[in-house]
Design a protein around this ligand. Structure first.
Ligand SMILES: Cc1cc2nc3c(=O)[nH]c(=O)nc-3n(C[C@H](O)[C@H](O)[C@H](O)COP(=O)(O)O)c2cc1C
Length: 288
């Protein structure tokens, strides 16, 4: 396929050719006043000692605080926070923290706070800076790292979905990192990689109440938090709905269907079928 020339100015990129992880960098000034700002020009710089780098501006509070206090924390942003993070830069300082509805806790090893609502944090000590053109690159040695316990307790193939990290694409657009794909040949693939389970929910005569719908939604949210929910929603004809889940077996999927308050309390019956994904990635089951 012929290639078209593309702008070298990143601001004009659509699609972006270098997406970066969206993080909140938290710092304190010398009077212990906290600050939190989004950064996405961030990546690893060295394994030994573990060092990351991000690019910012010397005019920003974040970089001023880091130069003054010698440390910062990187808080990973997930999709539930993404819109708030994009919108937060119209405020600054304490007002930004308050308007975002985030709370802060002390870090373990550094004098910068951690954002409680984030699922993972890296505590960093300043190891150097470098000015490049208009950019100001900060190098931080990672001295402590934390990840939410339920993410570490989940099977490795579910962990990225639970971390639900987001990357910056362009102004006003982000992407979710949810599908961890094994980088190995198809013959070594994990069994069930392409299997999902479809639960069809069918209304009975029992009346729906708002409280029951909320219990059903709490069940869906629990499936999602455990990395099991793929898609869900009611049919527009109000005759029921469909929930697509990941499970290790038909029995596990059946247990999920039967745990649904709609089913448990008799407002809906369900049908369950194992479903094989046919997609570009598996060459439409080898038939593409
Ligand atoms: C999603 C997102 C990613 C951002 N990434 C960066 C970045 O990597 N580097 C940077 O200097 N500014 C970045 N910004 C802009 C800063 O967050 C913004 O200039 C902010 O006001 C700086 O705040 P501070 O003065 O409190 O440090 C980003 C903004 C958003 C919304």
């Amino acid at each position: 396929m012929k290639k078209a020339e593309y702008p070298i100015d990143k601001k004009e990129w659509s699609p972006s050719l270098i997406p970066g992880p969206i993080t909140l960098i938290s710092t304190c000034d010398q009077a212990k006043e906290p600050n939190v700002a989004p950064k996405s020009w961030l990546q690893m710089a060295a394994f030994e000692p573990p060092t990351l780098m991000f690019s910012g501006s010397k005019e920003n509070t974040t970089e001023k605080n880091i130069l003054a206090a010698g440390c910062f924390a990187v808080n990973l942003v997930d999709s539930s926070m993404a819109v708030k993070v994009y919108g937060c830069i119209k405020w600054s300082g304490r007002e930004r923290i308050r308007k975002m509805g985030i709370t802060l806790s002390p870090a373990r090893k550094i004098g910068a706070p951690l954002v409680d609502q984030c699922r993972a944090h890296l505590e960093c000590v300043l190891r150097g800076t470098k000015e490049v053109g208009g950019g100001f690159v900060v190098f931080g040695e990672i001295v402590a790292a934390f990840v939410r316990e339920d993410i570490l307790a989940a099977p490795p193939e579910d962990r990225y979905r639970l971390l639900d990290q987001v990357v910056f694409l362009e102004n006003g657009l982000y992407a979710r990192v949810r599908d961890a794909c094994p980088a190995q040949a198809a013959k070594d693939e994990l069994p069930g990689r392409w299997t999902r389970y479809v639960i069809t929910l069918i209304r009975t005569d029992k009346p729906m109440t708002e409280a029951l719908v909320r219990r059903h939604v709490a069940h869906l949210k629990d499936l999602d938090r455990r990395g099991r929910l793929v898609l869900c929603g009611p049919f527009q004809d109000h005759e029921g709905g469909m929930v697509i889940v990941r499970a290790d077996s038909l029995d596990e999927a059946r247990a999920m269907a039967e745990a649904d308050p709609f089913v448990r309390e008799g407002a809906e019956t369900y049908g369950l079928r194992a479903w094989e994904l046919s997609c570009e990635e598996n060459d439409h089951m080898g038939m593409g």
